[in-house]
Design a protein around this ligand. Structure first.
Ligand SMILES: [Zn+2]
Ligand SMILES: [Zn+2]
Length: 241
């Protein structure tokens, strides 16, 4: 349950009372290649409160690491609050995790950016791929890698130890943007968008926005954690177009 101060979407109207959280991601360590699980835990669960919070107005996430062997009888998942904005309540999806290599885009240091500019230009001339768009960091909902920023990076620092937090999860509104599906969409999903001018067909939409979320203007919620502190405090941020 979320007992924080929350607001109806796009308004200053307080939404009173405690609100049941909605599930965002559940993944087992065996399926989450490269994700650092705390010792003794093999299950990651992320939930959020589907109303606006704070100055920047976004759903408030919670992260739970568990040992699945210690999980007893599981109660039924409570229904999302009837008045929760649909844009903040993800449609149920099954995930088929795939590990990909990423390189920094917004997070590329300025000197490297300048040093690599000619090579990026050459790459574009020879292949048509734009480094930032087609090759650097994956769009869509993802664990690990670089946050899928829409604006300048805002990495939170850990309040306990002062260290910059690590990126855990990006929850994006879309799985890809424009033509970036050509490099980032999983192979098995490409048939449904290949050859289509848009992703607006029913199958294309299912690949483009499988979770049915819309966070601000096609933005994302970024969830961070401090892996230096034993209790792994979390941080979060939101941006959009
Ligand atoms: Zn809340
Ligand atoms: Zn810390």
């Amino acid at each position: 349950m979320c007992a924080e101060e929350h607001y109806d979407i796009g308004s200053n109207t307080p939404h009173g009372g405690e609100v049941p959280l909605v599930p965002i991601v559940q993944v087992y360590a065996a399926d989450a290649f490269g994700v650092s699980f705390p010792p003794g835990c093999d299950l990651l669960q992320v939930l959020w409160c589907p109303f606006d919070h704070g100055e920047f107005c976004y759903p408030l996430p919670q992260v739970h690491w568990r040992d699945s062997r210690a999980v007893g009888p599981v109660k039924a998942t409570p229904a999302a609050p009837a008045d929760a904005p649909r844009d903040y309540v993800p449609s149920p999806c099954v995930v088929h995790p795939e590990q990909v290599a990423e390189y920094p885009s917004w997070d590329l240091p300025e000197d490297l950016r300048k040093g690599l500019r000619d090579r990026f230009d050459q790459l574009e001339r020879e292949t048509g791929w734009l480094y930032w768009y087609h090759l650097a960091d994956a769009p869509g909902i993802k664990l690990g890698g670089y946050p899928g920023w829409t604006q300048e990076p805002v990495w939170p620092d850990c309040a306990a130890c002062g260290r910059r937090m690590d990126h855990l999860l990006t929850v994006a509104s879309w799985e890809y943007d424009g033509e970036s599906w050509r490099t980032w969409l999983p192979v098995e999903d490409r048939e449904v968008v290949d050859g289509q001018e848009t992703h607006r067909g029913e199958e294309g939409l299912a690949a483009h926005a499988a979770a049915g979320l819309m966070l601000g203007d096609a933005g994302g919620v970024y969830i961070f954690e401090c892996r230096s502190c034993p209790d792994r405090p979390i941080g979060h941020w939101f941006d959009c177009s």
